[in-house]
Design a protein around this ligand. Sequence first.
Ligand code: SF4
Ligand code: SF4
Length: 99
Amino acid sequence: MTKVWYPVIDYMVCTECGTCVTKCPYGVYDIKKAPSPVVKNPEACIEHCHGCGNRCPVGAITYVGEDTEWTPPNINQTKEAKKESCCSCDDSSSSCCCR
Ligand code: SF4
Ligand code: SF4
């Protein structure tokens, strides 16, 4: 069976802190693009590793192939912070004045 497991970045949430890029020891991310997270070598990702997702301060990382109960640890506070943004419209589209 082909392994399918690699991180996916929600760029609408990511703050480009660079933590995931610098902390992954397997070269999955393109270090030249740091601090922007660009998945360059998805095949190098370790199946069921949540290392970068657990470190992401805003819960922007999920995984293709996710089959566990894991959810990004900081996702709820990110949602709460969004609710407290300027207009509270909860609109994730580019039409929102908060973007
Ligand atoms: S899940 Fe683990 S191996 Fe895969 S990119 Fe994140 S830290 Fe690297
Ligand atoms: S750790 Fe999270 S916020 Fe930081 S660059 Fe990676 S995806 Fe973006």
